[in-house]
Write a protein that binds this ligand. Structure first.
Ligand SMILES: [Zn+2]
Length: 328
């Protein structure tokens, strides 16, 4: 992703960085915090390119000179990346980093280090890092990246400038899942689930989401056309797929996305959670006025709320389906 694309994704962040680069007022250390997919890594690399590119203009790196290319390919000797080995970033890794930073720069006096998943430093690793966050011996820029800023030590937070990234758009999230090999059908649903939920289903669990998706399509069709079937499907398929409270909550989300899509289709917009179901939705939407769809969304949201209050899952779903059927 180049500078201009990132500018479209994160205008506030990019504007702030541009100003600081242009006025030569970068802090010694930054914390980039925000959801996965928000562009923290890309931004870190773009900042590095901006600082090393001889053709940089208004802070934007050229993107094609040898410095920019070396950085893009991860081959720049003055940029050091630290990331978790296994579950955490260990003290020895931070000590190695410190050694590398004290070598003279290969070509310039300036060095950058990027710490991915900085919240996963062990306490002793974080304490070692503190020592040189406090007194950088040479011109050094630290970029600490995290999705969980609340897990970071206050002592680190107080020595770095925090930059918060806006959550990525649904489009961006969908594209990221697809780049990871997830099918479009699953990606457009995962992109709409809360990040903490979707993360667990990212690699192995997409089959589960795809099966859940098929169940939503079946159940909705039955609610609206074959209501005598729906309680059987609930019993035999839905409740055996969405087994516990957490899974049922995701099932209700998938159902919610369906009816939200109905409204999206009615308004003639494109951005659907079920992109291949548009024709079915157009037909269903013709029979359902907007107020009915809005009521349906409210019923599903109520069910999600009641689910948290420890009600019996089967009763909750039966009640919901009967209400949906009345409203259809
Ligand atoms: Zn360049």
């Amino acid at each position: 992703m180049d500078w201009n694309q990132m500018w479209k994704e994160q205008p506030t962040v990019m504007n702030m960085l541009k100003q600081s680069i242009e006025k030569d007022r970068l802090a010694h250390a930054y914390i980039f915090e925000g959801m996965r997919g928000a562009g923290k890594k890309h931004t870190a690399w773009l900042v590095a390119q901006s600082l090393f590119c001889p053709w940089q203009q208004e802070a934007a790196p050229c993107g094609s000179c040898s410095e920019c290319m070396r950085i893009e390919h991860g081959n720049h000797p003055d940029i050091i990346v630290v990331e978790p080995e296994g579950a955490s970033i260990k003290k020895a890794q931070v000590e190695n980093l410190q050694k590398e930073l004290t070598y003279k720069g290969m070509e310039t006096a300036f060095k950058i280090y990027i710490v991915n998943d900085a919240d996963r430093m062990t306490a002793s690793a974080a304490n070692s890092l503190l020592k040189f966050l406090e007194e950088p011996e040479s011109p050094i820029l630290a970029l600490l990246l995290t999705e969980n800023v609340h897990f970071m030590l206050d002592t680190i937070l107080s020595r770095a400038q925090k930059i918060s990234f806006a959550p990525p758009s649904t489009d961006t999230r969908t594209r990221i899942y697809q780049e990871q090999g997830v099918s479009e059908a699953a990606a457009s649903l995962l992109a709409r689930l809360p990040d903490e939920t979707a993360r667990g289903y990212n690699e192995e669990g997409t089959d589960w989401i795809v099966q859940g998706r098929a169940l939503v399509i079946q159940l909705v069709e039955e609610v609206h056309s074959r209501p005598h079937q729906m309680l059987l499907t609930l019993q035999e398929k839905w409740l055996t797929h969405f087994k516990d409270r957490e899974e049922l909550d995701i099932g209700l989300d998938l159902l919610l996305f369906w009816y939200r899509d109905l409204l999206t289709v009615k308004y003639g917009q494109q951005d659907l959670a079920y992109p291949d179901q548009k024709e079915v939705m157009e037909k269903q939407g013709q029979r359902m006025p907007e107020t009915d769809i809005a009521n349906t969304l409210q019923l599903i949201l109520d069910a999600k709320r009641r689910l948290r209050a420890n009600v019996n899952a089967q009763l909750l779903m039966e009640h919901l389906l009967l209400r949906l059927q009345e409203g259809s």
